[in-house]
Design a protein around this ligand. Structure first.
Ligand code: HEM
Length: 387
């Protein structure tokens, strides 16, 4: 006889929504593999997470009935699409993007008030993410606003768990990309030579990609990029405002920025979770998960596990990078990691080089973002720009 599963927590309770990181710390310590109605099984510990990431036979990515290329796939199908995608993020392509990325970052810093308060998420971080994503893909500026609205609605639909809304939002995105593909086909040889046009010429096995596959690849990249980069910019700026000593250190020595960025985003995750499904029954954290169990990997907890990192809030530049799960591990490790690292280093270099001081505004505490988003939904900061 099967017993209904007990619920260990409610991921959408007010206390969790108010401060996700603190709530996940608490769960990791008292119930590291926990069941809930909304997220099914949540995995909070670093060691359990690594076990899942390394065993893709038992922990499958085929979590949805909707195709998701490549994140919703398992090998060997996943391998074929990963092989096709990885060259788009090759070191020389990432390096070639640096000047465009720097120009966007410099322009946005230049638009901030010379001396005064800004709402960093609305006036800087989301614009940066949108503009670099469109620049990387070769998309027109007219897409900035629809994409901004789409990102917000996509996150809202995930939080409410409303499947019809999620499908409608996905359909809207598909429409944007299909129009871009149609325009490029119509332009023929006059189509711009960029990432979107190149995707049209890709083949998988012995056939061209279908439009549905291209749309799904582009959706994976866009979801991978927009929310995480905007959240990361907010987390990094907030961290430096809250820790003036670290801000001074990094202002003096930009060579420390790359390690500092990975460490700050370990402490405060921009990406909260990804999903898996079991292909057979397993034991984990003293719990039995049946075949077909749905799992959420809580990155925002595993990267703060005291069993690996000691005091999770201790900022150290000499940690072992292999233990930081910021960009995942195993088959699905983020293909955009080097692009993301470049974008974040460049935006922080421009922000620090063109300002004298970034500080918190005590009367307006930051508002934390709610699941599935990480970081802050609103972040008031005081900026003194170099004149
Ligand atoms: C700070 C920024 C970013 C963070 C923290 C991040 C983090 C991650 C993580 C943890 C995964 C693994 C997911 C899993 O195991 O299911 C992942 C996968 C992925 N990311 Fe990123 N990512 C970032 C930026 C980007 C960018 C800029 C792109 C592309 C433009 C991108 C594209 C992807 C794609 C396509 C996957 C799926 C890979 C697969 O399933 O094989 N990400 N990312």
């Amino acid at each position: 006889m099967s017993h209904p599963l007990q619920h260990d927590w409610d991921p959408r309770s007010q206390v969790v929504l108010d401060d996700q990181i603190a709530a996940y710390d608490d769960m990791r310590r008292r119930c590291p593999v926990a069941h809930s109605d909304y997220l099914h099984w949540s995995v909070f510990r670093h060691a359990d997470m690594v076990r899942v990431l390394e065993d893709h036979d038992t922990f499958s990515n085929a979590v949805s009935r909707h195709p998701s290329v490549p994140n919703g796939m398992d090998p060997p199908e996943h391998t074929a699409y990963r092989t096709l995608i990885e060259p788009y993020f090759a070191p020389e392509r990432v390096r070639a993007f640096e000047p465009a990325c720097r120009a966007i970052a410099a322009d946005l810093v230049g638009r901030l008030p010379a001396r005064g308060e800004v709402e960093l998420m609305g006036e800087f971080a989301r614009d940066f993410a949108l503009r670099i994503q469109c620049a990387f893909m070769g998309w027109p500026a007219e897409l900035h606003e629809p994409l901004r609205r789409w990102t917000r609605r996509n996150q809202e639909a995930t939080l409410t768990g409303d499947r019809a809304a999620t499908a409608a939002v996905a359909g809207e995105f598909d429409g944007f990309v299909r129009r871009l593909l149609d325009d490029r086909r119509a332009a023929g040889a006059a189509a711009p030579d960029d990432v979107t046009t190149r995707l049209l010429t890709e083949r998988v096995g012995d056939r061209p990609l279908t439009d549905g596959e291209i749309v799904s690849i582009v959706r994976n990249w866009t979801v991978g990029e927009l929310g995480t980069i905007a959240a990361s910019v907010g987390i990094l700026a907030h961290h430096l405002a809250a820790h003036p000593d670290r801000q001074r250190l990094l202002r003096k020595d930009f060579a420390l920025l790359s390690a500092a960025i990975d460490e700050i985003l370990r402490i405060h995750a921009p990406l909260i979770a990804n999903r898996r499904i079991t292909t057979r029954a397993v034991e984990m954290g003293g719990r039995r998960l049946e075949a077909g169990a749905r799992i959420s990997l809580i990155w925002a907890s595993a990267n703060r596990d005291e069993a690996v990192f000691g005091d999770p809030d201790e900022f150290r530049l000499d940690r072992d990078p292999a233990q930081n799960l910021l960009y995942g591990a195993g088959n699905h490790v983020c293909p955009g990691a080097e692009l993301a690292r470049l974008e974040l280093r460049v935006v922080m270099e421009e922000l620090l080089a063109r300002t004298d001081r970034i500080a918190l505004v005590s009367e307006r505490p930051p508002v934390r973002a709610v699941y599935p988003a990480g970081g802050f939904s609103s972040l008031a900061l005081w900026i003194d720009r170099c004149l």
